[in-house]
Design a protein around this ligand. Structure first.
Ligand code: BEZ
Ligand code: FE
Length: 280
């Protein structure tokens, strides 16, 4: 196979990887090669631009560590994360919609009793959060595992505060026998995703801002139901229509109500989809 030219190289690469044993991997790699080559032809990619692309990805690698994941951020701002969520979470009407996971979830968050204050010293206006977890037929889901996390009033998650040493504004609770949950935390505020690296430069070059509308993150799990990864957004937020990572769903927006004592109250009921029967 010599003297390949711009018209024959795609088939040559596909032929070279034709022996890929895993059929799923073969499908993914074949499609990736076809689309990458089609992209280079479509934009008539120059060698200088190819090199700039490599340099951009290299910068993403260099800035990534165990506290910062620039490649996920890149996927998020290009809409790839939300596309993947959307095409894998097509739930029946009435079930709570899923949205992006984001990079700030932490395994092993502290466990709290219902009613506890999960802010654990995080700065912000006090906020009570409550609601129910139900199944698609309206049945309460008791003892659902509710993992919640949010940023503080400066728009930073605890893991972004160097040397903090303990969890703040995150925790795990369980719904009660009637599927109800409630906890205290702080008012969610809009925040800018990390934009001091190559992804920030991409946003600037494309005339985009780095802001996400205020939200609480939830990961809810219960036996017999599908895992739900979602957010609850604030209805009064200026960034609902321009979320930097395309994560907003109308059904996930709630009114966060100011209370006479200066605190806030938000109520949100989750509806979990039933898990497929085992063996099906
Ligand atoms: C978040 O909501 O925590 C998030 C999602 C995507 C990128 C950055 C942050
Ligand atoms: Fe977030």
């Amino acid at each position: 196979m010599r003297n390949l030219d711009q018209h024959t190289i795609t088939d040559a690469v596909l032929a070279r990887q034709a022996a890929t044993a895993d059929p799923r991997l073969k499908r993914i790699l074949d499609s990736l090669v076809r689309h990458l080559h089609a992209f280079a032809r479509d934009v008539e990619l120059t060698e200088e631009e190819w090199f700039q692309g490599i340099a951009f990805l290299t910068r993403c690698g260099h800035i990534t560590d165990d506290r910062r994941q620039e490649f996920i951020l890149l996927s998020d701002v290009l809409g790839l994360s939300m596309l993947t969520v959307a095409q894998n979470n097509d739930k029946p009407a009435g079930c709570t919609e899923a949205t992006v996971f984001g990079p700030f979830h932490v395994e092993g968050a502290p466990h709290y009793d219902l009613g506890a204050d999960i802010s654990h010293g995080a700065r912000g206006i006090p906020c009570l959060v409550r609601g129910t977890v139900r199944g698609p037929d309206g049945e309460p889901v008791p003892h659902a595992h509710i993992d919640v996390w949010q940023s503080d009033e400066d728009g930073l998650y605890d893991v972004q505060h160097e040397g903090l040493g303990h969890a703040q504004a995150r925790g795990i609770l369980h719904s009660d026998a009637e599927g109800r949950y409630h906890f205290r935390s702080i008012l969610a505020v809009p925040y800018a995703i990390p934009h001091d690296g190559p992804v920030g430069d991409l946003l600037t070059a494309t005339g985009r801002h780095p802001w996400r509308p205020a939200h609480l993150h939830f990961l809810i799990e219960a036996k017999g139901y599908e895992r739900l990864i979602t957010h609850v957004f604030r209805s009064d937020d200026a960034y609902l229509d321009s979320d930097a990572v395309f994560g907003v769903r109308q059904s996930l927006i709630a009114d966060w109500k100011p209370q006479p004592d200066g605190s806030y109250l938000v109520e949100y009921d989750f509806v979990l989809n039933r898990a497929p029967a085992e063996g099906s």
